[in-house]
Design a protein around this ligand. Structure first.
Ligand SMILES: C[S@@+](CC[C@H](N)C(=O)[O-])C[C@H]1O[C@@H](n2cnc3c(N)ncnc32)[C@H](O)[C@@H]1O
Length: 326
């Protein structure tokens, strides 16, 4: 199907690009923008069992969690499934929320994604310490780094508990992991040990991302890969304010100054409500692609929903990648 939209001809294709089996493994590619949904559908230890009525039901290893998900606006199909849960996160009217435990759970447990292992634990702010939808980005990073057949230096910004750090290190890269939260950096170190990557070169830094990038420029340090997962709002360790809409473009421009002469890829992930993946596409086009030969694609990230064969949208990504391994 070809749709005319202003000056563009948009080809909406139904192609089998997504690996694995979603029973109907189609994705819709808008070719001239390179808009692809990435589906994280190769998990064994994790699955989204159901979603609807503003919540999702997930299996994390043997543990079933029920958590809010504002995107799940449709009704639940199989309500019986939702009775068998281990813990339930309730939102509070006053903001935040709390976990109600239906059975005693360990403080934390381990889940595996392919050769990587992560600690998961229900946290006060409904998170578990891992974003399972990121697996598609981890797979992309691993393939890209391995296929480059050279030593790759990665900077992971807003790096949280280090999912992307572990993937890049596992693929053989040297990684610098930066996050404002000391607690998250400690969690990432635990993940490093679980993954058996202690002997790899990973530097953990507690710092404000923008300040760190500017410092790296002054020190003359360069990176072949930059990965970032900036939140909507955040604070650096000394109260430095981060606001996605106000600060993203400047941060990317600062990052350009510390890219090596042969960058491999630049990956942005975002969960900020109301930001289209086309925004990431346009920013990468006007920054990375105007300076380096390569290709930009952007789109949504999703998880398969087991009980209705639909996809749960889980944020957006945009990436530039060099042209020799495309
Ligand atoms: C959405 S999480 C990242 C998720 C993670 N990349 C993943 O996929 O698992 C955002 C992280 O940004 C960190 N953060 C927020 N503001 C920051 C800042 N100004 N400088 C450094 N880190 C910041 C938070 O501590 C948090 O760990």
């Amino acid at each position: 199907m070809i749709l005319g939209l202003g000056n563009f001809n948009i080809f909406i294709l139904k192609t089998k690009i997504v690996k694995g089996d979603l029973k109907s493994p189609f994705i819709y590619g808008i070719i001239n923008k390179g808009d692809f949904m990435l589906l994280s559908n190769e998990w064994i230890d994790y699955e989204c069992l159901s979603a609807g009525n503003g919540e999702k039901l997930e299996r994390w290893g043997n543990v079933i969690l029920r958590r809010p998900d504002p995107q799940a606006m449709w009704p639940i199909k199989n309500s019986n499934l939702w009775n068998n849960i281990d813990a339930f996160y309730h939102r509070s009217n006053k903001g935040g929320g709390y976990w109600e435990y239906k059975k005693q759970l360990p403080d934390h447990w381990i889940i595996k994604y392919k050769d990587l292992k992560f600690k998961v634990s229900p946290t006060n702010f409904k998170h578990t310490g891992l974003f399972p939808e990121q697996a598609a980005n981890w797979d992309f990073s691993i393939n890209k780094i391995k296929n480059s057949k050279r030593k790759i230096k990665v900077l992971n910004l807003f790096a949280y508990t280090g999912g992307a750090t572990m993937a890049a290190s596992y693929a053989g890269a040297d990684v610098v992991h930066v996050d404002a939260s000391k607690g998250m950096v400690e969690w990432a170190k635990e993940n490093m040990k679980l993954c058996g990557l202690e002997n790899n070169k990973i530097r953990f830094i507690v710092d404000d991302c923008l300040k760190f990038v500017q410092r790296e420029f002054r020190r003359g340090n360069k990176y072949d890969v930059i990965i970032m997962d900036p939140p909507s709002y955040g604070r650096g360790p000394n109260g430095e304010m981060w606001k996605f809409e106000d600060n993203l473009y400047n941060l990317i421009n600062e990052c350009l100054k510390i890219l090596s002469d042969e960058p491999l890829f630049f990956l942005i992930n975002a969960y900020t409500t109301g930001i289209s993946s086309t925004v990431l596409y346009n920013i990468l086009k006007t920054t990375l692609e105007s300076k380096y030969k390569g290709k930009v694609i952007a789109g949504e990230i999703g998880l398969p929903i087991k009980d209705n064969n639909l996809v749960l949208p889980c944020g957006i990504y945009g990436r530039w990648e060099n042209e020799d391994t495309i």
